[in-house]
Write a protein that binds this ligand. Structure first.
Ligand SMILES: O=P(O)(O)OC[C@H]1O[C@](O)(CO)[C@@H](O)[C@@H]1O
Length: 428
């Protein structure tokens, strides 16, 4: 993973090399704290040792009991689904991967109607084992399998904590199961059993993903000038401090679109604390040049754009053409056009004084993805240290969970009563 901060200098908001030099002393101290937390396996910091502590053999052993399936369905939500989805949507496999991470009845019904349930492995993932959406979806999927005459106990892999509903279910039915690593919040668990079981079922090289994570670990250093991950974390923090309230993450690769979704949870749930944070906007290049770029270039000067690309792409030539004004495309390639658009958008943002950071990987493969996932996790942890927020907790999400549970008769919660007191101004 390579980071280029050049287009974040002298912009609005913007950085200077003097800013970065001053910040580098704080990066050194933050790195000391992070390294200490990793060494002591502290809550949260333990996530950054997963490339060394994750056990690929245990993952392969858990999935080897299944014949190679036609499809894998992940039933989970947030970090319990997005890491696996990032990898499966970035890498090609003849095992189709699906995710049920919402409780939309139309979506669930359509998906279950299409799935070859007798040849699908259901990968149900929940660290807590209590997440309503995940448990509700699992109960629906289990019933659909029974209705289809499929023995769900033969088709289900459970990844969960040491206690809770899913652990009890796995024990009761002797299901293949994997542990969720201790001390690792879900949004930081992509490089663990949580994110890697699907990759193993799809035949991807789990060791290579972890090797990429180790590449990222080795790139951590006491200076932002020696660590791409820390450079990204420090620059995004410093830009936020100067008014970049939004970080538009814009990968120029369809295979990285889900990565932007994974990044959004990592950034929002880790850094959105105490009235602070930076809103991750998900975008996709080149598509969103025709959708959001107008706002990025000519809207409020309150954002930065993270432009991400692989430098190696498949080759798809563009045929010669005599179409008016389009002859220049002939003989080029789709990848060549996409890269030209990347560089043009990067320059157009700089010309408008909009800060943008370039993040590049060689290609979209297991090792590069492992390093990219690790790098953004480390960047996030560094940003959290610099911002002095509680990076690894997410207390703000609990209010809504209690309200929803109360509305469904799952207990007496003041939050549910508060829902009844909604202020109304209806326009029909
Ligand atoms: O893995 P679990 O416990 O089902 O949690 C799923 C997701 O819900 C959250 O706890 C937020 O409610 C996320 O942090 C987490 O990734």
């Amino acid at each position: 993973m390579r980071v280029d901060l050049g287009n974040a200098l002298e912009t609005t908001p913007g950085l200077t090399t003097a800013t970065l030099d001053r910040l580098d002393d704080r990066v050194a101290a933050a790195h000391e704290r992070i390294a200490g937390g990793m060494a002591d396996d502290e809550f949260g910091y333990a996530a950054l040792t997963l490339p060394e502590t994750a056990d690929p053999d245990a993952i392969y052993a858990a999935v080897d009991g299944f014949d190679r399936p036609e499809a894998v369905l992940t039933v989970g939500i947030g970090g319990s689904a997005l890491g696996a989805a990032t990898l499966s949507n970035a890498l090609e496999s003849d095992v189709d991967a699906y995710v049920l991470d919402n409780v939309d009845p139309d979506d669930a019904r359509a998906l279950l109607a299409d799935l070859p349930l007798g040849d699908t492995v259901v990968n149900v993932v929940s660290k807590s084992g209590t997440t309503a959406e995940t448990l509700a979806n699992f109960l629906v999927v289990r019933e659909a399998m029974a209705d289809a005459g499929v023995d769900w106990t033969e088709r289900t892999l459970v990844t969960t904590g040491e206690e809770g509903n899913l652990r009890r279910l796995a024990d009761r039915h002797d299901l293949p199961s994997l542990p969720v690593p201790d001390g690792v919040p879900g949004r930081f668990s992509a490089l663990s059993t949580v994110g890697l079981a699907v990759a193993a079922l799809q035949g991807h090289d789990v060791e290579a993903v972890l090797a990429g994570g180790r590449d990222g670990m080795e790139s951590l250093a006491g200076s932002l000038y020696d660590s791409p991950a820390y450079a990204y974390g420090a620059a995004t923090y410093a830009l936020a401090q100067r008014g970049a309230r939004t970080n538009a993450v814009m990968p120029y690769a369809e295979s990285l679109e889900t990565f932007a979704e994974w990044f959004a949870q990592l950034w929002a749930e880790s850094l959105g604390k105490d009235g602070l944070g930076q809103t991750p906007a998900r975008a996709l290049g080149a598509t969103d040049q025709h959708s959001q770029l107008q706002l990025y270039r000519a809207g409020p000067p309150d954002k930065l754009v993270s432009l991400i690309r692989p430098t190696e792409r498949a080759e798809v030539g563009i045929p010669e053409t005599d179409l008016d004004g389009l002859a220049y495309l002939g003989g080029s390639s789709l990848g060549g056009l996409l890269d030209a658009e990347f560089e043009a958008t990067e320059a157009s943002l700089a010309a408008a004084g909009v800060p943008n950071v370039r993040v590049e990987i060689d290609r979209v493969d297991e090792r590069a993805l492992g390093e990219l996932l690790f790098g953004m996790e480390a960047a996030c942890v560094l940003y959290g240290e610099l911002a002095s927020v509680s990076t690894f907790t997410q207390p703000a999400v609990e209010w809504g969970k209690k309200a929803a549970r109360g509305l469904l008769g799952g207990g007496d919660f003041a939050e549910a009563e508060a829902v009844e007191q909604k202020r109304e101004l209806r326009i029909d």
